[in-house]
Design a protein around this ligand. Sequence first.
Ligand code: ZN
Length: 280
Amino acid sequence: MIERRLSFIIAGLTVFFMSAVLWNLFAPTKRRSRRDAPVDSTSVVVARADTAVAPGRRAGDATVSQGGQSPAPLAPPVSTGESGPSYMELLARSETRRRIRASAGYTYLNEVVAQSEDSMLHRWDNRILSPVRVFLGPGTAANFQAGFLDAVRGAFQRWQEAGVPVRFNFDADSTSAEVRFRWRLQFEIQRTGQTDLSWDQDGHLVSGVVTLATFDPAGRPLAVDDVRVVALHEIGHLIGLDHSSDSTDIMFAMTKVRDLSPRDIASALLLYQLPPGTLR
Ligand SMILES: [Zn+2]
């Protein structure tokens, strides 16, 4: 009798373990990406953007990689509720997509959306009265010049004068800042600037780190005006733009021009007329 019971128990355990093995073999593996993704409590996505510019008349001829990472959201990424987006939300997204399509030609927002892995518009929100806190301090890298700080502030001013409705406050220290600037000697790959952003699940930007080099990838020291050009491009990323495929735009990946184009300005202004967030 005892033997019989034991064999029942053993049979039961065997079935249990077999089920566990089968589950491991065939269960969905969605969660795997969580491990290698940076996750913090407020942001669900981190993007990386970069640019390259060479000193002198001729601006950057470097190749640039651009891409984003998608750290696993803690909740399912698409719909926030079990019922998914409401009809009104879907209608609003459809209208946003229509406006972006209609702007093709005089803006490159359609390209920005296409490059966004999550089909999201990302931007700062309501930051006129409450400016984004920026830490912009001197660097210790060789060739750092005090004039670089003015060049970066001038680049912010240029975007602001173009009408982008975001204000930046440079009084923040590095701990209280939402955006931090860092200086480094050179990138190991072909770029002279890089912007890393994070945003919440609604597409509102929440923080950023902008890294600027003091030498270009070929080892030539950057001049003050080169830093201004790199900063114009990186601030474009900082306000939510991505690359344009047109070399006459400052947001062209390998920046050739030295000022904002009408398309840069129109793209940024349209971005700030549209609600951030997913367009799916
Ligand atoms: Zn870039």
